[in-house]
Design a protein. Structure first.
Length: 275
């Protein structure tokens, strides 16, 4: 009996005896972590100082769905890659230029967590942040400067690169896979709080404060935030009075302390194994 007939005979006997491997569901558990970032209302400076009122709340996780301008949920991209494909003309596999299309999901325009800030100016002058110092300190004492428009453009380019690498796009095609200029245009729709930010007298203006943590993906964000106990944001040298030339004659400081709580819970899920 040859090998082919022997194999058929063995499989047949397994079917008859009910021994053919089948996929069966198996219930397993895994540890799921979630983060909470809440303002510590005991250890922070008053929200209102010398006619300037500032409120702030963190944006990350599910909360990002309320701010579609901050997270790109679908960005079409394409790249051309040489692959071996069957050619009817030559009756063999030949190298061809194949166009690949896809979509990026959950692509952050700014590093997480982002902070939504509301500033009310009750003074009689324009409040400018041109000389203000804006920084975040993490639990390990690392200081991160606020991201300006130039830094945001650099960030979105690197974050895009990381997302394309995760999609297995070829390294030499990544930079041309998506029109970076379009993403830079989208950044203009985000009112970024930087040194160009200003609030007119008697007005309230909202914007987003972002810091250069260096996290470009969801995985990077989780690694960063799970190591934190608290985050402290300092807004220093905020002008509350100006001289006749419009230069700051008096300034004030704001400090926001956020407690970070990491929750862990067991979650059941179903997987399939051969038996």
């Amino acid at each position: 009996m040859n090998i082919k007939l022997l194999s058929i005979a063995i499989i047949g006997s397994m079917v008859i005896s009910g021994c053919l491997p089948t996929k069966v569901p198996v219930i397993k558990t895994r540890i799921v972590k979630t983060a909470e970032i809440k303002l510590n209302e005991v250890n922070f400076n008053p929200l209102r100082n010398e006619g300037i009122k500032i409120t702030m709340k963190p944006i990350f996780g599910k909360a990002t769905s309320q701010f579609p301008q901050l997270i790109k949920t679908s960005i079409p991209f394409n790249f051309i890659k040489k692959e071996k494909r069957w050619s009817h003309k030559y009756k063999q596999n030949v190298w061809k230029n194949i166009k690949h299309n896809g979509n990026l999901v959950n692509f952050p325009m700014l590093p997480l967590p982002i902070f939504e800030v509301s500033i009310t100016n009750s003074t009689k002058h324009v409040m400018k942040l041109s000389n203000a110092i804006m920084a975040l300190e993490d639990s390990a004492g690392n200081i991160f400067d606020a991201l300006n428009k130039k830094g945001a453009r650099q960030y979105v380019k690197q974050a895009l690169r990381s997302a394309l690498i995760a999609k297995n796009a070829p390294n030499d095609k990544i930079n041309s896979a998506v029109n970076i200029a379009d993403l830079h245009s989208d950044l203009l729709l985000i009112h970024l709080i930087d040194h160009d930010f200003k609030v007119l007298p008697g007005r309230t203006k909202k914007g987003f404060l972002a810091f250069n943590y260096g996290n470009f993906t969801n995985k990077d964000f989780k690694k960063f935030i799970y190591e934190q106990v608290h985050l402290n944001i300092q807004l220093l040298e905020i002008p509350v009075n100006v001289d006749k030339a419009g230069k700051a004659a008096e300034t004030t400081n704001f400090s926001f302390n956020f407690d970070v709580k990491i929750n862990s819970k067991e979650e059941k899920y179903t997987t399939y194994v051969w038996k």
